[in-house]
Each structure stands twice: as C-alpha cells, then as structure tokens.
Write a protein that binds this ligand. Structure first.
Ligand SMILES: C[S@@+](CC[C@H](N)C(=O)[O-])C[C@H]1O[C@@H](n2cnc3c(N)ncnc32)[C@H](O)[C@@H]1O
Length: 384
C-alpha cells in the first residue's frame, strides 16, 4: 500500500529570499503523540479571554469549503475505500487537506504562497505547539500600542484604517522577536492574517480597496482552533508543485490549480507581503510589491504544458483534479488556462479517466458575472 514518504525534502524552501531549513523529523523536535497535548484550543482561548478561528474562516478565490463532501465521496467511490494518505498539491487555505487530516488521514499540503503555507503549518504542521504559550503571545500582541511603521505608511487609509494598519505593522514586527519556532511563528502570523482580512476595506482580495469605506472596527487577534490529532503525520510545504511532486508519495493526489490567467500573488499580494515581512517597495494604487518570483506557470500560456509535466511526475494511485468552468464567464480574464481536452489528455497518459460535475456558486469577488458555474472533478485511476 502506498504510504507517505518517510524522507522528505531536506529543505522546506520558501519562495522568495526567506528560507527555513527544517529538520522536520529530527529527534530534537518533539512530535505530539496520544495525549501529549491535553489542552483544547477552545478551553485555552476561554482561559485567556480570546475568541477562536477555524482554518476555513477565510474567503479565498477558488476555495473548496463547500465541496468537501463531493470530493470525499468521489474519492472513496474511485478508491473503493477511505484514502490512506493525501497530497493536496495546490492547497490554498488548506480546507481540503484539513478535512481529511481531521479524520486522521496523513496529509501533505503545499502552496506556492507563503501566507497560505503559514496557515497550513498552523493547522497541519508536524511540530508540536504549546497552546497556552501561543495564547499568551496573542494576548501580548493584542495589547501592543499602535504606532507608525512600514505597514501603516503604505496600507493605512486605503486597505485598512490608519489605526488598524499601525497596529498590524507593530504586531508583525513583534512576531519576529517573540516566535520560538516555525509552527508558533506560523500560528501568530496566521492569527494576524485572518484578523487583518476581517477588517480590510476590500471585497475579499487585494487587487483593489473600497474608496470611502473605512472599516474602523479594531483588529482582534484570535487563537487558531488547532485540532489535537492522535498522531500527527502531516507535512506542509511552500514550493512550486512541479519541484515538489517527484519527492512525494501518497495514495491520492488532489489538484486544485488556478483556473485562469489571474495570478494569486496579485490578488493576495498584501497578505503575502505581511507574511514574508521583508518590507519591499510597493507600487501603484493597489501598492503591490515585486511578485515576479511568485508567478505561477499554471496561469499563463504555459499552463497546459506545465500541467502535463506535473501529472507525469505524480507518484500516486489516484489523481483528482478540480477545474471549474469559468471559461463561461463574461469576464475575459477568467478564461480557463487549460482546456478540458488538455486536462483529459494529460490524465489519460496515466490511466483511466472519468469526469464528475456539480453545480456550484463559489466565491469570485468583484464584478465578475457568470452565465453558469459548475465544479468538475477529473478523476484518474493510475495504471500500475
Ligand atoms: C484554486 S486555489 C486552491 C484553493 C484551495 N483548494 C482551497 O480550497 O482553499 C489554487 C492555489 O494554487 C496555488 N498555486 C498556484 N501555482 C502554484 C504552483 N506552481 N505550485 C503550488 N501552488 C500553486 C495558488 O497560490 C492558490 O492558492
């Protein structure tokens, strides 16, 4: 039976100049075992007077939170059983992988963007996390005084109220000082990102901000409701899927690539800036940083060829690909990057292919009008 690799890439390379060298499975990092983490997040949050948030409490373009049952049902039909392990190749928020991780199925999740990676590490990271220490640090961040900084200089009075922008920048600086390991840093940054996203003057992405709408509600950090899994065999990566794919072995690969020419690094540049915290120069009305290192080949002209290459590199028994039909959209930018025929052709090179479809009204944000919208699952049972 296919199992998750026990040897993982030595370096968990972050796109951009920041790199973490993480000996994830080395003996000095204590992994949680049965009963090792007795406190529940809800209990700790109550003790510290904090609210909690779930991994799925975030709007995200192409997010699959409403399709989890559909995905699991079709996966189990195709396999004839519950999966042993899952590779969530384009994880985004991570809701799909997390749905399975919560059932104690080992999940390897990956996303090109660092702000997503921090969310994956928070909820599915292999390092243990001390929830009380995390709560204490969240309370400490929440109590900091707001003052002028990089973030308020660029994002105050546009994407955020001036006072929220001052507080966000101060809190982000402090995280660099107080985080004691990668998972704790990920959890603190993720808490900040989810809280910031709730008080942003946007429609859910950062291509533009609402002029005249200035949300004054003060930012409120919450504790991530991290599940106490019996055995944590999950891993999270921040790599180009093409590079990571040959290094992962799992029973099922779930692929949810971008559907069109719209780059996620454009739509979420601000959250990515906040996560990476390298304080780059920003340009234009939307205050975007240089994102050339974050461009995805799954969005442009190279998408069909890149997709074919990825499919050829996967070492799994089942490949499931989500791809919606936004080519029906009235917004030309939403035209599908990979035609259905190319998806099927690539998958056929690996085994028998079927297509399942469900009507769906997902989160699009902005003014895109759609004639119709369905989500499709392309399923390939890989030949031995
Ligand atoms: C449709 S979204 C995935 C949504 C996710 N399933 C969810 O429910 O939140 C596509 C994701 O692919 C990521 N991505 C784009 N190109 C990538 C690449 N080359 N390697 C890894 N991830 C990539 C984007 O950052 C984005 O988060």
């Amino acid at each position: 039976m296919a199992k998750v690799l026990t040897e993982y890439p030595k370096k968990h390379q972050l796109v951009g100049s920041t790199q973490y060298s993480l000996p994830m499975r080395s003996p000095e990092i204590a992994l949680p075992s049965v009963g090792a983490l007795p406190s529940t997040a809800a209990g700790v949050a109550q003790q510290y007077g904090l609210g909690t948030f779930e991994l799925g409490n975030r709007r995200y373009l192409g997010g699959k939170s409403k399709l989890l049952e559909f995905i699991q049902t079709e996966m189990e039909k195709a396999l004839g059983k519950t999966p042993d392990s899952l590779f969530d190749v384009f994880a985004g928020t991570g809701v799909v992988g997390y749905h399975f991780a919560a059932q104690e199925i080992p999940v390897i999740s990956n996303d090109l963007l660092q702000h997503n990676y921090f969310g994956l590490q928070t909820f599915m990271g292999p390092q243990s996390i001390d929830l009380k220490q995390l709560a204490e640090k969240i309370v400490h961040l929440q109590n900091l005084s707001a003052k002028k900084n990089y973030f308020s200089e660029h994002f105050g009075g546009n994407f955020f109220s001036d006072s929220n922008a001052k507080k966000i920048g101060v809190m982000r600086d402090e995280i660099e000082i107080i985080a004691s390991n990668l998972r704790e840093k990920a959890a603190l940054v993720t808490s900040l990102i989810y809280a910031a996203d709730r008080v942003a003057n946007t429609v859910g992405h950062y291509d533009a901000f609402h002029r005249g709408q200035d949300i004054q509600t003060p930012i409120e950090l919450k504790l991530p409701n991290i599940l106490q899994l019996k055995s944590n065999a999950n891993e999270a990566f921040c790599q180009d899927s093409i590079t990571l794919a040959p290094q992962v072995k799992a029973e099922v690969a779930y692929l949810d690539p971008p559907y069109n020419s719209r780059q996620y690094s454009d739509a979420y540049h601000l959250l990515e800036n906040l996560a990476a915290w390298e304080k780059p120069e920003v340009h234009g009305v939307a205050k975007k940083m240089d994102r050339s290192h974050l461009k995805s080949d799954f969005c442009g002209k190279a998408a069909p060829k890149t997709f074919a290459e990825l499919i050829s590199k996967l070492d799994t028994k089942l490949i499931m690909v989500s791809y919606n039909n936004t080519s029906e959209s009235l917004n030309s930018r939403s035209n599908a990057a990979i035609p259905d025929e190319e998806i099927i052709l690539s998958l056929k090179s690996r085994g028998k292919v079927s297509v399942k479809e469900v009507a769906f009204n997902g989160f699009t944000a902005g003014k895109t009008k759609k004639r119709e919208h369905s989500e499709r699952l392309f399923i390939c049972k890989v030949k031995d």
